[in-house]
Design a protein around this ligand. Structure first.
Ligand SMILES: [Zn+2]
Length: 296
């Protein structure tokens, strides 16, 4: 094993872990191929625990979960992308908005994922080089091999009851049509999935919405967060917690795109394609500014 591979392996093992981030809430940190972060969250109630997302198929999410609780697990996906649904196969049923079932089917299809990765390799020399490393190649192969699972619609009462603890959710179309944010009442923590984070939001994917529709979701989430006296925001990627001014920063960038003050430049990052607008360290990649016609 080369120095690089040995170092890489140790680094990966040290980075992937479960950590307590509040009273009964845990963050599972996972670095896909050792470089790309995604977080899952566990909220432990009196009788059950809610697992928010299941990571990649290579994450082995239950290995982390069982370190902190033996209670029955209720799995829910914030949306249907492959880095959030990969470990669904170990559960009998998983909660996901019906509006994302089609996305989830595509994102667990081997051929679809293979094409996506191939495209990423075609346009990125660095990714192509990394993908040739034996350990990475193996993980890439395993990542696109996803077990099927049974999806069930989100509970009609708009919350999950965990035993003396409720986690609410609200529908927030944007990144995908069926994206949701979850809110733990006890710690007043918001889990927005991929709808916002400190880097940006991708609306340049199949099944993303227009910028206008996304902005409505940001406003809806901000209103909900304030009405429920929200305290912390934990997105699924990058730095966390994020400051609550993130809502106004995204709103302002949306407004500038909608008014034409900022015009995005075309970008293809291998996973999403669209116009990229940047301001104040945030970026929005989008295909459509207004309307309800979806980009797929
Ligand atoms: Zn996503």
């Amino acid at each position: 094993m080369s120095w690089f591979l040995r170092h890489h392996a140790v680094y990966v093992m040290n980075k992937n872990k479960i950590i307590k981030i509040g009273d009964g809430i845990y963050q599972i940190k996972y670095y896909w191929l050792g470089i790309s972060n995604v977080y899952m969250f566990l909220v432990v109630g009196g009788e059950r625990a809610l697992l928010i997302d299941t990571g990649y198929s290579t994450t082995n999410v239950m290995k982390y979960v069982r370190h902190v609780t033996d209670k029955p697990i209720i799995p829910v996906n914030t949306h249907g992308h492959f880095d959030h649904i990969g470990g669904n196969g170990v559960f009998q049923k998983v909660y996901l908005s019906e509006k994302d079932w089609r996305t989830a089917r595509e994102h667990s299809d081997r051929e679809y994922l293979q094409n996506m990765l191939q495209h990423k390799m075609d346009i990125s020399r660095i990714f192509r080089m990394i993908a040739k490393l034996p350990a990475v190649k193996k993980e890439l192969e395993e990542s696109i091999d996803m077990e099927n699972c049974k999806y069930v619609p989100l509970p009609s009462e708009n919350y999950f009851e965990l035993g003396n603890r409720k986690v609410l959710f609200l529908e927030t179309p944007g990144h995908t049509q069926g994206s949701i944010c979850l809110f733990d009442e006890k710690t007043r923590s918001l889990f927005p999935g991929d709808m916002l984070c400190e880097r940006g939001v991708l609306l340049g994917l199949d099944h993303s919405t227009s910028v206008e529709e996304y902005k409505q979701s940001v406003e809806k989430t901000e209103k909900f967060y304030r009405e429920h006296s929200g305290k912390m925001i934990f997105p699924s990627h990058h730095e966390l917690p994020v400051n609550e001014n993130i809502f106004s920063r995204y709103r302002q960038l949306c407004d500038k795109i909608i008014s034409g003050e900022i015009k995005g430049r075309y970008i293809d990052d291998g996973i999403s394609q669209g116009l990229c607008a940047k301001e104040n360290n945030l970026q929005i990649i989008y295909r459509q500014i207004s309307g309800k016609e979806h980009t797929s």
